[in-house]
Design a protein around this ligand. Structure first.
Ligand code: ZN
Ligand code: ZN
Length: 261
């Protein structure tokens, strides 16, 4: 750590830090400029505590807000913490990490995710949403695992990077509606047999870069519940509000392509 900061002036002289979104000069590597920062939408205090859906100002005074869909069909997880709501700048950050290999974005994205998490009391296992090994070989890294690693490190919790395994290679979920996504992913994710003893009775923080319909995290939840975990909280960098997804037909918005992979 000390070495890095000692070297920073030299590194900065050679590679002046630039905003990863617009290329403007910034003060530190891996940070956004003020303009781009302002375009990210952080869920406000008036969001549903379970799913982060923004709620009307009328509910502003209540501490424990739960939206109507969550009341009608209570989720099986113990809450989602989303660093941002999915929009063009957050999409570009996710894509530059995932497909542009901008690994330098991980610390900033992880910090934003941690800022939205309620305090993790007791011991937690930080578990990334898994990639199928073919996809892992193609891409060379699992972006959710990198975020999970950074979160585990800064919160002092345990990283259980291989707790979940994708046993079935699934096609891109882009353009599929909620039901089709859930069907595609059914049975595609299981808990690793070697990790069952660590998972039994554990508090799990499930980490995903983008959470769309919840089909992927839902398949993870099913596997984790089978492994008898105590509770699961979900941390994602960008949360896609599902209203947009419900209108996605067979040729859904191009935006959704590549997101849940
Ligand atoms: Zn910028
Ligand atoms: Zn909700």
């Amino acid at each position: 750590m000390r070495l890095t900061s000692a070297l920073a002036p030299i590194v900065d002289f050679v590679f002046p830090p630039r905003c990863p979104l617009c290329g403007d000069p910034v003060a530190i590597h891996g940070g956004l400029c003020l303009g781009c920062w302002g375009k990210l939408v952080v869920p406000s205090g008036t969001s549903c505590t379970l799913c982060q859906r923004p709620m009307g100002e009328a509910h502003g005074a209540e501490a424990e807000l739960v939206c109507a869909p969550c009341m009608a069909d209570p989720p099986k997880h113990a809450g989602i913490a989303a660093a941002t709501l999915y929009n063009e700048p957050s999409r570009r950050l996710v894509l530059s990490l995932k497909h542009g290999r901008r690994i330098g974005l991980v610390p900033m994205m992880a910090r934003m995710m941690i800022a939205r998490l309620p305090p993790l009391e007791g011991e937690w296992q930080v578990v990334p949403v898994p990639l199928h090994r073919w996809r892992l070989m193609q891409r060379g890294f699992n972006q959710s695992a990198m975020l999970a690693q950074a979160i585990a490190r800064s919160t002092g919790q345990h990283l259980l990077v291989d707790a979940l395994v994708r046993t079935k290679a699934t096609p891109s979920l882009g353009g599929l509606n909620r039901k089709a996504r859930a069907r595609t992913l059914s049975g595609a994710i299981t808990a690793a047999p070697s990790r069952l003893s660590r998972l039994a009775g554990a508090n799990v923080l499930l980490v995903d870069d983008v959470m769309t319909s919840g089909a992927t995290t839902g398949a993870c939840m099913t596997a984790l519940r089978k492994a008898k975990v105590a509770q699961v909280r979900i941390a994602c960098f960008a949360r896609v509000l599902d209203e947009a997804l419900d209108t996605a037909g067979a040729n859904g918005p191009a935006d959704f392509t590549l997101m849940e992979a």
